[in-house]
Design a protein. Structure first.
Lengths: 529, 439
């Protein structure tokens, strides 16, 4: 049972004009949340020009937050033991005090759902609403990757369908059978995304129009002489067997789950559907994996700007502002590499710093900035520049485009090259004139998902022989695959394929074959042919 | 325009189904962990949930990873303080965090142990499932009969103390209205009118009429009683026999030098089962630990299992101690008394007669059940320890001579036999039949 409160558009205009604080004290109630939301919305839309999906703010308890963790934050999700495992671990860590809970979870859906926890203070709720309901929300709605790959309108319906479908499969085919397929699919989840937009199947109207155009073209260029030209003798096709086979199977294919769904010989219909569901979920999260820095940077920048504006207008008390800044600085803290707390570059810190830097370059550039960013420096309208960046980049291209020398100096970034053939690691570039471009380039690479993940493709199937599935890993920088985890995943792949699977590691530069893994299916998922 | 939804009232435990799937998946490891955890626990603590940790094998979620060694890698890290381009740096030790920001360990992997918390029910379920405990409710246990009275509607007969006034008066009122019994006010009003008429003296006709009316009313009042026996209702009570809600469990154990750790462990497991079994039947279960060598004493659990003791073996001392404790604290009329004795079967020869007599005349009459477990070395039948083939031990022969239905005896040498033996012992009818068959 839930209480749903629908609100009229009560603008906080009166409060803003008089500059009275929107709330006092730490406790929150619905009235305060409404007032604060309206004030934030005003700043977000009028001052920052954000464009968001309709918001739905859900109040939950800490236990429900733990629940949400275990299903990747989604309000509904299919059932699988791995989520129970994550829940058990998160719960144990939370209860023993090793880990706090996230302040918020926000879901890329339309309406955009943000969770706020009942334990939080009113200031935290303000911060969370500004961060999630406006910052993340704007990013979800406007970034090109999200537009291209996710369907915010349909995701909740799809998940509801998936949950129901998998539930029915469990009833009908047994828990174990479903679990095995899902286990295998989860292992291959990272290899279940389309990285490039595929050609869309044209709809019927377009098809008809194109057919007409082709016909017209033929009529226009008709020349009876062509009929008299002798045709090629019906000799062998120029394509070899291998090429023909590969064309038929649409190989090479890097989306392994997609290939299995369409082409695995022994899977039943429901098993293919399960693969499809896992594949869709992976695809849905694919943009998020590529935009961590930007997404968090955008949200952090938004909450900072919004709260700052509210404070300047006197709508936020000094105490609330200090509390918000305390949380904010915790979030954007970046320890140095030799610090015990260091665990990689904090996406909040880097993202927030870059957003602020863009604002600075656009409105108040130095000579160096003018040299590095001729288009951006001093153009004014920093919000326009930011919105443009948020819409059209992902982490890798964003860093490559916008990481300024000033910021490299501020973070004191340096690039270390570690070649296993050398006895020691080498500092390849530091924050100096010679190093800026190299550091920026290397950092951008670090965020390029195509570099971070192994490039594995299905290249061939031995159709005349033993139906072995042949994959290729194009080795990057001589880093081979981890033996144990690869074997485990290939086992799942072999079980799905139903026949032997072979993975060859190839150096794309020299064509050298470095290593070969072969796995036979242990228990075939699917029916005998 | 936005919406706030309060989800706090939504049913919690949304991930319960996932948790069950997880426990089922990791069943083997969880069971092992529960077994280990229960061995470390005190007998009374067996009935609680708790932290367990299992090895991550079998609950891994593999993904294809690049190897963490070999090849050329590039890291960009913050916080440069001293390095110049071209400097050489020593590699940090394997797995060190010195700047490998792009190699986050995958979820769950990279951890030695997977720790989480089991709830009490989950723990007990797994514990019992491991032992394949049958439906305990169907087992017959001896109960002491005491009567439990509870309300069971109304009756037309009963003792005056049980009179239900409300129900009685309600019946009476209904009857009085139905039969049109004159009320007190009517009569009072008529009497006042008659008095008035008598005093003033005029309208004699009305006076006579009124008197007539009054006698009529009074006659009616007499004929229709205020409370008639048919109105009376009594609270009815039903008596149901009720088992005594408390039980005491005596753990008797020989702790002389011949008892090894393995034997004690077997005994402990048996006691645990018995405790669990009794707590399912009785509201309140006390445990008394009596250990003995050539003399016996009541001790706490810690001492009972872990404190070493040397000396001879005189079983009757333990029985005497038990008798003393029963007399002092557990009158058999109020307590269900269960006893479980674990021993390697050793007893001083001179003591056998006394033990048999004590058992027969004192201990067995007050016990609901007396289980004797003869524990042996792992993989060896207890008799073999004496090198004389399947010879019966002194104590075994002594108890066999007693042969009462409340006394059950079994030999256990291995952990896996504990539960079957337990089940045999507590399938009471079965034991009796077997005893007959064996005799």
């Amino acid at each position: 049972m839930s209480i749903i409160t629908s609100l009229g558009n009560v603008l906080g205009g009166g409060a803003a004009a008089s500059g009275e604080p929107l709330y006092q004290g730490a406790d929150w109630d619905y009235d305060k949340v409404r007032r604060v939301y309206d004030a934030i919305e005003q700043v977000a839309v009028q001052d920052l020009g954000l464009d968001t999906y309709t918001n739905q703010i859900e109040v939950i308890t800490s236990e429900q937050m733990l629940d949400a963790y275990s299903s990747i934050g989604m309000p509904l999700f299919y059932k699988h033991w791995s989520f129970g495992k994550h829940f058990a671990r998160d719960e144990a860590m939370y209860r023993s005090g090793q880990r706090g809970l996230a302040y918020e979870i926000v879901i890329n859906s339309n309406p955009c759902i943000s969770y706020i926890m009942e334990e939080n203070t009113m200031t935290m709720q303000t911060l969370v609403i500004a961060h999630a309901a406006f910052g993340h929300n704007h990013f979800f709605k406007n970034n090109y990757l999200f537009k291209q790959w996710t369907d915010a309108d349909g995701i909740l319906d799809y998940l509801s369908f998936a949950k129901e479908y998998i539930g029915k499969c469990e009833e009908r085919f047994g828990h174990t059978a479903v679990e095995r397929v899902l286990d295998a699919a989860h292992a291959l989840m990272n290899h279940g995304v389309h990285r490039y937009p595929r050609r869309r199947t044209p709809d019927l109207r377009n098809e008809e129009r194109r057919a007409r155009e082709r016909e017209e073209h033929r009529e226009r260029t008709f020349n009876d002489l062509w009929r008299t030209v002798p045709g090629k003798a019906g000799g062998a096709s120029p394509l070899s067997d291998r090429d023909r086979r590969r064309a038929m199977l649409e190989l090479p294919e890097e989306n392994i789950l997609y290939f299995l769904e369409k082409k695995a010989p022994r899977l039943d219909g429901w098993q293919r559907e399960l693969l499809r569901i896992v594949r869709h979920v992976a695809q849905y999260f694919y943009p998020q994996r590529q935009t961590k820095v930007m997404n968090e940077g955008c949200a952090t920048y938004c909450h900072y700007r919004i709260l700052q504006t509210l404070h300047e207008r006197g709508q936020l008390t000094d105490g609330a502002w200090m509390e918000a800044m305390h949380s904010h600085t915790n979030v954007v803290f970046q320890p140095d590499f030799d610090d015990r707390r260091y665990s990689g570059i904090n996406p909040y810190a880097l993202g927030f710093a870059m957003m602020q830097d863009i604002e600075r370059i656009a409105s108040n550039p130095t000579a160096e900035d003018r040299e590095w960013f001729p288009d951006l420096a001093g153009r004014g309208d920093p919000m326009g520049a930011l919105r443009d960046a948020w819409a059209n980049y992902r982490d890798e291209s964003f860093i490559l485009q916008y990481l300024s020398p000033a910021l490299i100096r501020k973070f004191r970034l340096f690039h270390v090259a570690d070649d296993a053939r050398d006895p020691e690691m080498k500092v390849a570039a530091i924050h100096d004139e010679r190093g800026y471009r190299a550091v920026r380039h290397a950092l951008a690479r670090q965020y390029d998902i195509a570099w971070a993940e192994a490039d594995i493709q299905i290249v061939d199937v031995d159709l005349v022989g033993d139906r072995r599935l042949i994959l290729e890993h194009r080795v990057l920088n001589q880093v081979l695959l981890d033996e144990a985890s690869t074997k485990a995943v290939l086992q799942h792949l072999a079980d799905l394929w139903g026949y032997e699977v072979e993975l060859e590691e190839v150096d794309p530069a020299t064509g050298a074959r470095l290593k070969k893994h072969t796995i036979a299916p242990r228990r075939v998922l699917g029916s005998p042919i | 325009m936005f919406t706030i939804v309060d989800r706090r009232l939504n049913p919690s435990g949304k991930s319960l189904a996932n948790r069950q799937r997880f426990l089922r998946r990791a069943k083997e490891q969880v069971m092992r962990a529960v077994r280990d955890a229960s061995a470390k626990r005190g007998i009374k603590d067996i009935d609680m949930g708790g932290d367990i940790s299992i090895s991550p094998d079998g609950i891994k979620e593999p993904t294809i990873q690049r190897s963490s060694t070999g090849g050329a890698r590039n890291y960009v890290v913050p916080g440069n303080k001293e390095f110049m381009t071209g400097d050489k740096i020593k590699r940090p030790p394997q797995g060190g965090g010195g700047g490998q920001g792009n190699e986050g360990a995958d979820d769950g992997d990279g951890q030695d142990e997977f720790r989480f918390v089991l709830s009490r029910e989950e723990f007990i379920d797994l514990f019992l499932e491991d032992l394949e405990l049958p439906d305990l409710a169907k087992r017959k246990l001896a109960v002491t009969d005491s009567l439990d009275w509870h309300r069971a509607g109304y009756s037309v007969s009963g003792s005056p103390t049980n009179l239900n006034l409300v129900r009685t008066m309600r019946n009476s009122l209904a009857r009085r209205i139905a039969l049109n019994r004159p009320t007190g006010e009517e009569i009072k009003a008529l009497r006042a009118e008659i008095d008035d008429l008598e005093r003033t003296g005029h309208d004699r006709a009305r006076l006579a009429e009124a008197r007539e009316e009054l006698t009529l009313l009074l006659r009616r009042t007499q004929r229709i009683p205020y409370i008639d026996p048919v109105d009376v209702r009594y609270n009815r009570f039903d008596a149901t026999p009720r088992p005594a809600a408390q039980a005491v469990m005596f753990c008797l154990m020989d702790v002389s030098g011949s008892m090894t750790e393995h034997m004690k462990d077997l005994a402990k497991r048996f006691y645990m089962l018995l405790y669990l079994f009794l707590t399912r039947r009785y509201k309140h279960v006390e445990v008394v630990f009596i250990r003995h060598t050539h003399k016996a004493q009541e001790v706490d659990e810690e001492t009972f299992f872990y404190s070493p003791e040397t000396g001879g073996t005189v079983v009757s001392t333990a029985l005497e101690e038990m008798q003393r404790v029963v007399d002092a604290r557990f009158p058999p009329s109020e307590w269900n008394i269960y006893a479980a004795q674990a021993s390697d079967g050793d007893n001083a020869l001179s003591d056998n007669g006394k033990t048999a007599q004590l058992m027969k005349e004192v201990i067995l009459p007050i016990c609901q059940y007396y289980a004797y477990i003869e524990v042996g070395q792992d993989g060896m039948s207890p008799g073999l320890a004496y090198g004389g083939g399947a010879r019966e031990t002194d104590l075994w022969r002594t108890y066999k001579s007693v042969a009462e239905p409340v006394l059950a005896m079994r030999r256990v040498t291995q952990r896996r036999e504990i539960y079957p033996v337990f089940r045999e012992l507590f399938a009471k009818d079965g034991v009796a039949q077997q005893a007959e068959a064996g005799a």
